[in-house]
Design a protein around this ligand. Structure first.
Ligand SMILES: Cc1cc2nc3c(=O)[nH]c(=O)nc-3n(C[C@H](O)[C@H](O)[C@H](O)COP(=O)(O)OP(=O)(O)OC[C@H]3O[C@@H](n4cnc5c(N)ncnc54)[C@H](O)[C@@H]3O)c2cc1C
Length: 538
């Protein structure tokens, strides 16, 4: 999979595409997989890198959403639990189950959470992950040795899924490509074209690497631009009522010593009524998140001081070693594309209460909306439910475009890299390279050909040089940031280590992509600017 071949496909394309998808996050790539696997002819355009938006900035949980259960939204939880099961089934190299412990400090919490989490387990039916149960104080501390013991009575354990969001997305991009879709990063959709009746019949776009502009005709155009959805809808219909309420969430990343053991902590009600997770992730501790309404979405959101302080203070209430600013290895912010309570939304969304002042109470359900101009928008939902969102969207888009009816086939479609070995065996044999699934053999071949590629890029992180070469050659990494933020997760795990690695990564990418010295210097400068948002100032 490389950009040159993708361009050749576009240039050789004689007629209108069955479907053009705008946006290369979980939603857009999910739609591309679904449509291509049904046999439709699909083009996906992403203005930046795949996953540059929210889809690399999540809590990385494949979950039903325990909190939505508390809100009484059983249908939403059941749907997500089923999707969680399908994700594990189809991408076992990237998704795995994880024990979550809800610590109890009041007498009523054990029966209350014990019962709720048992229901959560039962709702998963045959897609269940593990048996939830009430824990004694000792058992709770066996799961979470670094949990504060003061006032601790016990806990309740339940099981959910965890994954690497950007890595799953890249494997999904390859899956869509293998199913016949054409996908390009660094191509911005600048406008929509319409036929004589005023129906959207294509997009105008600009290759942000070369500045070249082109037009792609389509029988239907799908807007999967997440928090940016309204911007594109306004291009189709200047009077369109906004659908999206953007809400920011941040995470802080610390050393693994803050959360020892293999389990995560789930705090169902923080001081301001939100949920907080502390999770072991790639040998580090990930803590989040917040839910702060913001005025407008940006591609590189920045954590606010009060969000950082809130997470530090709340984590300090539960962990024996209270983290400080100096302990933060990385901070990252993402924007939830929540769907507005009223307005233009139609289709499959439901259950949105109006008049809410906090975004944490807004619906996490998804919407497929068709504007009068035939422009299809799919938004809302969550990472876990991307497959179901795509199925709904392609069903409706195909009907609208009068494409030949074809059933959805993604329930059992394996994501690229589906491994032969079990997760435990792969982890034993390949260590941190196990997330590449079956691609690990190809990465090993690179190392066999040039043993220098086995060299680590930094003592604090597990990444080796071969991963950079692989990313540039086969995963359409175009910038130093693509490699350090989304092909590896260096920037998300340890911003200063990522900055140290950047020159070596730029050297390797320069050889692969033919960069001259000026380009290499520009790449490094651009990366340093982005990385400054991930490195917390003392
Ligand atoms: C803090 C936080 C934590 C979360 N945690 C979880 C979790 O643990 N589990 C879970 O299931 N869900 C979680 N979610 C939700 C989940 O991450 C999102 O629902 C999902 O990633 C949204 O994907 P998307 O593709 O719709 O949007 P995005 O990933 O934002 O993708 C939209 C893409 O469209 C592109 N784009 C925009 N305009 C244009 C244009 N004109 N031309 C071309 N491209 C364009 C953007 O560059 C972007 O890449 C979380 C969300 C947040 C914010």
């Amino acid at each position: 999979m490389n950009r040159t071949d993708m361009w050749r496909r576009i240039e050789a394309h004689p007629k209108a595409w069955d479907m053009v998808v705008v946006g290369g996050g979980a939603t857009g790539v999910g739609v591309a997989i679904d449509a291509a696997a049904r046999g439709y002819d699909v083009l996906l355009l992403e203005q930046s890198d795949f996953g540059k938006g929210t889809s690399s900035r999540s809590t990385k949980l494949a979950h039903g959403g325990v909190r939505y259960l508390e809100q009484g939204n059983i249908g939403l939880v059941m749907e997500a639990l089923k999707e969680r099961g399908l994700l594990l089934q189809n991408a076992p190299h990237i998704v795995h189950d994880l024990a979550f412990v809800v610590p109890n400090y009041d007498w009523w919490e054990a029966p209350f959470y014990g019962l709720g989490l048992k229901l959560y387990q039962l709702l998963a039916g045959k897609y269940g992950f593990g048996v939830s149960r009430i824990l004694s104080r000792e058992e709770t501390l066996e799961h979470l040795p670094t949990l504060k013991t003061e006032g601790l009575r016990g806990g309740a354990v339940y099981y959910d899924g965890q994954f690497d969001d950007a890595r799953l997305l890249i494997h999904m991009v390859v899956t869509a490509f293998e199913q016949g879709a054409t996908l390009l990063n660094y191509v911005e959709v600048t406008g929509l074209t319409k036929d004589a009746q005023g129906f959207v019949d294509g997009v105008s776009a600009r290759d942000t690497e070369t500045g070249n502009e082109f037009r792609a005709a389509a029988k239907v155009v799908v807007n999967a631009t997440g928090a940016f959805s309204d911007l594109l809808r306004l291009k189709a219909e200047p009077s369109a009522a906004p659908m999206i309420v953007p809400s920011q969430g941040i995470h802080l990343v610390f050393e693994s010593s803050f959360l020892q053991g293999d389990s995560a902590v789930m705090v169902p009600h923080t001081s301001d009524g939100r949920v907080l997770f502390a999770i072991p992730w790639h040998g580090h501790t990930l803590v989040g998140t917040t839910d702060t309404p913001i005025a407008a979405a940006t591609l590189e959101p920045v954590a606010m001081e009060q969000e950082i302080e809130f997470i530090l203070a709340t984590a300090g209430q539960y962990l024996t070693k209270a983290p400080t600013r100096d302990d933060v290895l990385s901070v990252f912010a993402g924007i939830r594309p929540l769907v507005r309570a009223t307005g233009a939304a139609t289709g499959v969304a439901s259950g949105v209460s109006s008049g809410v002042s906090s975004t944490s109470a807004l619906s996490r359900d998804h919407v497929v909306h068709i504007d009068r101009s035939g422009f299809v928008t799919v938004c809302g939902g969550k990472w876990t439910t991307y497959r179901h969102m795509a199925e709904d969207c392609v069903d409706q888009a195909a009907t609208l475009a009068q494409l030949p009816e074809k059933p959805c086939v993604t329930h059992h479609l394996r994501i690229h890299g589906f491994p032969e070995a079990t997760r435990e065996h792969a982890a034993q044999e390949f260590g941190s390279l196990a997330v590449y699934g079956s691609d690990v053999y190809e990465i090993r071949k690179l190392i066999d050909t040039d043993p220098r590629l086995s060299e680590p890029l930094h003592a604090a992180l597990p990444y080796v040089k071969a991963e950079v070469v692989w990313a540039a050659r086969h995963e359409m990494a175009r910038t130093v940031e693509d490699t350090l933020a989304r092909r590896t997760r260096a920037l998300f795990l340890n911003a200063r280590a990522a900055l140290d690695m950047a020159p070596a990564v730029a050297d390797l990418m320069a050889s692969e992509l033919g960069w001259d010295e000026v380009t290499q210097a520009k790449q490094l400068a651009a990366f340093r600017e982005v990385a400054s948002n991930f490195a917390l100032r003392p």
